[in-house]
Design a protein around this ligand. Structure first.
Ligand SMILES: NC(=O)c1ccc[n+]([C@@H]2O[C@H](COP(=O)([O-])OP(=O)(O)OC[C@H]3O[C@@H](n4cnc5c(N)ncnc54)[C@H](OP(=O)(O)O)[C@@H]3O)[C@@H](O)[C@H]2O)c1
Length: 301
């Protein structure tokens, strides 16, 4: 069905998970050309054009992004170059060679003040440079008009890469007590769940299905709830194997407010995304966030 797939950002969380998932699937294993930043720098638009023209893919998957949310406030030009200009060029080049495009976006395109879960048609109103640059990338792809899927995901973590899970495990090993924000809500989403869902979608993607989809693990929690679950489940696995527990216990994770933990970039208070459209159009349903967390922790332990 696919002849050649160009995958960017393979050293990132989602890029790495996709690469691993493709390697396990014999149908895809030989079709994927994976490029990291040293092989394809997305700030170099000529390099993007050359890569697409040389590889001649029929599908481009672009998980590469500028993801340093706070740093983006002081580096808007770089954030826009990678998150908005590069996806536009990828989309234009994809259209020229007749390829489809899968791209990733974020819960940070929303203001987070809705009462209830966001659906794809809700008004976007990013609070940060990062969110604005990602929204600009979405709009650029839509303006090109090629068959595409944009997956808005949230709170990505996993056994591989830098993320909240790794930070909590490190801090809980070092300290007796942690203070974690309890008034921002969303769905922690494992990179493995994202990769598995994308492969399922790819298997039954008809060209007429094009547009923007929420793609997150089911259920919701706060960052505090996520941190408590990480420590509890990690300790449970350690105990089962007779291995040492973390220094901080779940009871010693204090709930604080966003105001108590000021950051350069504002975050949405409500990042909860409804995935009904993904289920309806592709029959793809991601596992519950807590179950996905246990799977990811088992890969770490
Ligand atoms: N992380 C989250 O919590 C989160 C939440 C919602 C949505 N998303 C979206 O999900 C997608 C995947 O995110 P992720 O968590 O996998 O991000 P990530 O782990 O930060 O990986 C991003 C990748 O992009 C690469 N990259 C950065 N600048 C580049 C450039 N100029 N040229 C080529 N590659 C470049 C990085 O390369 P290096 O490895 O060389 O640095 C890295 O491999 C992104 O679209 C992101 O916006 C992420």
């Amino acid at each position: 069905m696919y002849k050649k797939i160009l995958l960017t950002g393979v050293n990132g969380q989602v890029g790495h998970a996709l690469q691993q998932a493709f390697l396990k699937e014999t149908a895809f294993a030989d079709l994927v050309v994976s490029l990291d930043r040293s092989q394809l720098d997305l700030t170099d638009q000529d390099a993007i054009r050359r890569a697409v023209q040389t590889i001649q893919p029929d599908l481009i998957i672009n998980p590469a992004a500028y993801t340093a949310v706070d740093k983006a406030e002081s580096e808007p030009e770089l954030a826009y170059a990678i998150n908005a200009a590069a996806p536009q060029v990828l989309a234009e080049e994809a259209a020229k060679v007749g390829a489809r495009l899968i791209h990733f976006s974020t819960d940070y395109v929303y203001a987070g003040n809705k009462l209830g879960t966001y659906v794809e048609e809700d008004t976007t109103q990013p609070l940060s440079v990062y969110g604005k640059s990602k929204l600009a990338g979405e709009e650029a792809i839509r303006s090109v008009g090629l068959p595409h899927l944009i997956f808005r995901t949230s709170w990505v973590y996993g056994a591989y890469g830098k993320n909240f899970l790794k930070t909590i495990l490190r801090l809980a090993a070092e300290r007796d007590e942690l203070r974690i924000v309890a008034d921002q809500f969303g769905a922690p989403t494992s990179s493995t769940s994202i990769a598995n869902a994308v492969l399922s979608v790819m298997s039954n993607w008809q060209n007429e299905l094009t547009g923007t989809y929420h793609l997150v693990n089911a259920g919701q929690t706060s960052w505090h709830g996520f941190a408590v679950a990480i420590v509890e489940e990690y300790n449970r696995i350690q105990m089962a194997h007779g291995l040492p527990l973390l220094k901080a216990s779940a009871e010693n994770i204090q709930a604080i407010t966003t105001q108590d933990y000021p950051t350069p970039a504002a975050r949405p208070a409500n990042s909860c995304l409804d995935c009904t459209k993904l289920v309806t159009d592709f029959s793809v349903r991601l596992p519950d966030w807590h179950a996905a967390l246990i799977t990811e922790l088992q890969a770490i332990s």
